[in-house]
Structures are given as structure tokens and as C-alpha cells.
Design a protein around this ligand. Sequence first.
Ligand code: MIG
Length: 714
Amino acid sequence: MISRYRFGRPYETNAVPAKPVAERGLPRYFSVHMPGEELEHVADRSTEVTNPGGVEGNPLDSGDPAKRLFFTYAMGADDIVYGLGEQTHGMNKRNFTYVSSCRDFGRHTEDCHNLYSAHNFFIVYGDRTFGAFFDTAGTISFDIGETDIDQIRVTLEFPDCDLYIIDGQGPQDIVRQFRTLIGRSYIPPKWALGYHQSRWFYKTERDFRDVAERYRQAHIPLDALYMDIDYMERYKSFTVDENRFPHFNELVAELGDRGVHLVPIIDAGIKVEAGYDVYEQGVAENRFCKDAAGNDFVLGVWPGHCHLVDVMVPDNRRWFGEQYRKLLDRGIDGFWNDMNEPSIFYTEERLAQAYAKVDGLRATALDVDTFFDMCDTFAHLSNNPDDYKLFYHTIEGERVRHDRVHNLYGSSLAQAAGESFSSLSPDKRIMLFSRSTMIGAHRVSGIWTGDNMAWWSHLRLSVCQMPNIQMCGFLFCGSDIGGFGSDTNEELMTRWMQFAVFTPLMRNHSQSKRAQELYTFKRIDTLRHIVELRYALIPYLYSELVKASLQGTLYFKPLSFDYPDDRRARRVEDQLLVGESLMIAPVVEENARGRMVYLPEPMRMIRYRALDDYDAIDLAAGDHYVEVGLDEMLLFIRPNRMVPLAAPAQTTAEMDFDRLRVLAFLDGTRDAISYTLYDDDGYTTDIDEPEHFHTVTVSTEAGVSCDTKRVELA
Ligand code: MIG
């Protein structure tokens, strides 16, 4: 059961396509704390709430708490809280405060309160179990037992939101209801499940040919190469530098013929430059955000001065989406949207303040205060939340300051792209994922977790992020494998790859000095075998991904979701369920050559080295120490479940998905088991057709069979 409660007058976020009628009265579970004269205040949008924010710390720490609307809930001592999407910390979100205030912030550590996205849904799982979704475009913070170990405190910067409370039969049912409420998750084309290589480094046609060629020579499968900002003409979105890419169309076609997709980045800021058509049209047609004086707002990003399209105007979204045609027409069929928080390097206002401060200090002998103050002035130039108060949108004719709807920016750009694809490419799925999102964008886009680091802690973080991101609707997700920042090393890369075999988006991306294309490492065979396993698993991973979207279920689940009565399983944060048949236990510890694994029930462990080289060992329920060499990885098949496998090839396009092998684990309690396999051509949009569902049956007597596919037992 889902109930909606309205507070104030929230701006439309498009998170919930068909809203249930709002309830009267107060929500279940939460105590609502309204500020004095709350109701008048709630309706008054002109109230200015200060948010000094700064670059570090919780943006809601200061300001005027008396004006805030907040909600409290008393947790049971052992309640678990899941959700909140890509935020840091564990799978269980207790003991920290998470803030939805989309921010470009790499190098994040445990004290980071806000990352790129705003995923305002969580589940309390324990004494009482329920889901809560705070649908608001403004800043909101979730103190999950940080201030008071037993209390959840949700605080809104602006007192406008729709609160949805969801009751159900446990967390799976709550997720399913929530996902039904917010609508079907984006389904990428099948090639998007291949292995992808990226690096903020490739600058010319030759670079791309070279990387593709070296993957071929190393016999490592590859489905996509990414074009970072250097493909553009001076960082102008939707342009291609024709000097460095004189034969761009031919390059796209040539790699495309080999099954390798080129995926360009799209940046949010539009360069101010006479002659640049997107800029000129945007100005002429009045499509950009305005500053306080009513001029097109100027911010500094990659290309220098830029404007931002006012995404709150539907026709501007249509116009921005239409720009993708320029690249679609050249054969491109996948994009990644970046810098869409929106990320701001500087504004002229803040730069002028900083220069003035430096000029004022020039003649002074700096002491501890003045010196660090001067440093901070420059350190806080980028992505300063105060800059979000300098520009305005138009929403249904009303002028609205950006910070009121800040978290919607990246989502609205993704929506612009997604909607344009449905008209520009109605029959063919286009791959899209975005750095900044709010719930709602999950219907058109996937997500990557932004600039992580080549740290073991960020590998562990990724394991915790994946199920929480998916609960919020974003099924197509992944992190930069190996780490985006800082130099990776072969062991970290290998362990990260072993985990990423299971993430729907499997992309190696970095900005590091050290190259991290797989063929640059010493033990190429190990890395090749990992990628081959990924390709072999695509029938299963794709089937589970599409079914999760169609049925509102999860592809990645914490163990507690399927073993609710097992108190040990509830506390496990370094193992995950992947689809209905598999459990994984990735090695996320440096120099480990084994790990403890907890099995809630007996499982068949596959200790994989290569497709034709693995141990299959049946293990009893309970704790096991399992050896896992660096060239080995573990998968666990659940009792009476199966996993279909295909023969890998150099690209997904070359694979035969009609000929499968099946890994099954019959534990002797059943004569026959079956699996619903989803499979289609992988790119057309007729996803629901019943003919895409196949039943695979394995029985002790008759072996394995499938209605339409050729199957054999592995
Ligand atoms: O400020 O385009 O997260 O993946 O390589 C950095 C350059 C801008 C941030 C993205 C990253 C990308 C990088 N971008």
C-alpha cells in the first residue's frame, strides 16, 4: 500500500508519472515537525533560506533550522536502512547523514555527505518495515542515526515535498511497489552489457583504432570505446573536432562493423562563442538560464564561459534533445552525460570576490587566518553551492531560483535525451547513462558513480552502492573499473574486474597517468578470462536485467532480501545476490588470497579460472574460508537454480545466443527445475513481446531442454 502526503507546493519532478490522490492528515511512522506558523511558511516560496554550505560538510548544517520542515522516526536498535542510491558508506545506511544536493565531487571519502545524484528513497527494515520516498527537487538531508543513534531525521531545506510511505510484505515487495509507482526502468541495448574501455586520454582517430586493435590482438572481447571531451571542437557539446577526426563517420562505421560502438560524452555547459550554432540558437530563442538581471547566466566550465539550457521549460528540453541528432546521424548509438549537476568551475561573481580578496591581502604579511582564508577562497570557487543561487529558471511562467530545483538538472537533461531518442530512433535502443540523476531519470537512463579513485575502499563502496542504486530504479549501473583517479595497479584492477563481471555497466575508465587498458597489464590471460566469463554470462545477466525492469524486481540484492529470517545474512555487506540464481562474494581486500563466505543455504561454488578450467564444489550452509587466488573468482549457484551461458566472442554482435550451455545445481530435493530466460535481438524496442520469454527446464531424467534454443548442460 502506498500513501502520498503533500507538504507545501513542491515543483513537479516527474519522478512519479501517475500520482495517487494525496491523503489528508499526517503520515504513518514519522513525526512531522513543522516550523512556527508552518502552514503559511510552507506555502511561501519567496522565503530565502541561507545555505552557506561551502565545499565541505553537510550543506544543511548551518542556515536557519527554525524555518525547516523535518521528519523523525525512532528506529529499533537492529533496524537496517537501505536505499539512498549512490551515497557513500555501507549498504546499511545507518550512522551517517546523507544529503541530496547534487555535486561534482571526486576523491570522496567517508566524510562525504553529497555526491552527484539525489536518490531520496529508503527502506527501514526491522521492527517495522516500510519504504519512504521524499519527492522534492530541493536539498534534503537524511540523518540516519548520526546525531541520535536511534533516530532518522529527514530535513528539507525548502518545505515542499510529496512524501510517499510504502507498506508491504518485506523489502522486496516494497521495492516492487515503489518501482511500479516510479515506472519501468531503462533497458539498454544488449551490446551495453559487453565490456567497455574508456580513458580521458584518447584524442585522435588513430588513438581509437589503436585501442580497438590492441584489444583484438590480445583477444579480449570489447563492445565499446568512449570518447571523452577531447573529441569535441574546443569542448563544444555536439561538435566533433574535424582536425583530429577528419573521417569521423568512417571511424564510427569502421569500428561499428567490427562490433565496437563509439560512445561520446555530452557536457551540460554550452560554450559562449559566436558561430557555434547551439549557442547562437539558444540565445536567439531564449533557451538559457538567466541571472538576477535577466541576462543569460554565465558560468565557467571546460570551454571557459558557458550558458546552461533552462531545462525546466519543456520546449527547451525538446530543443536540447534534438541536438543529439547531430551525432545519431553520424552513426553514434550511445552517450554519457557529464557535468550535469550542473558542475561549475567558477562564476565571475565569485572570481571577482576572490581577486579582490587577494588584492586586499597583497601588501599584508599573511598570518594563519589570512593565509588559509586566502587559500579557501580559491578552493571554494568550484561547485560552490552559493552559485546555485545566482541563476533562474522559468517554471510555468514563474521565475524560480535554481537552488529550489537544483537536483533536477541532470535528470532533466537525461530526460531531454531519452525523449528525443524515442522520436529520433524509435526502433533502436540508444545507450545512455548520466552522472547526475534524480529518481525519474531511471526511466530513460542508467548511471555511473562518477569519479572514484583507484582505492580498495572504492571497490568496496561500489559493492555497497549497486543494490542501493537499483532500489532507486537505476538498474543499468556501474563504477569506473580500476578507479578513475590515481594510478591503479594490476591486483586492484584484477579484483575490480572480477566484481564488475556482474555490474550491468562494465566500463574501465580513468584519468590516471598509468594506462589501464587490460592489455597493458602483465597477466593478460587472467584478465581475458574474466572478460570471457562476463560474455559467457550475458544471456543470464541480460535476462535478469530485463526481467528486473519489467517486474520491478532487483538484479542486485542484499542477502537479507531473500533470507529474511537469517540474522547473519542480514549483516553481510560484501556478498550480493545477482538475479535469481547467483550469489557472489568478491575479494575486495588487498593481498587477500582467500576470504570468509557466509552461505545462508547450501550452494554450489564455482571457483573459476577460465571457462574450461574451474572447480565446482558443493558447500553446506554456514561459514567457509575459501581460497581465491588472484587468477580465480567465485560464483555460487543457489539450490535448484540455473545459469544459462553462451560461448563468448570478441563482441556481443558475434555471439550466438541461440546455443546455450546451462550450469545448474539440483540439490536432490526436486526432479526438475525451470528458468525463464528473456532474450531478444537486443536492440529493437519491442521489449514486451511474449516470444522473448523462453523456458529452460533441467530434470534429473531428461536433462536440459528449451522451447526454441539449443541447450546442453555445462
Ligand atoms: O572534471 O570529461 O566524471 O568521467 O572523464 C572532469 C572529463 C570532467 C568528469 C567525469 C569523468 C570524465 C571527466 N569529467
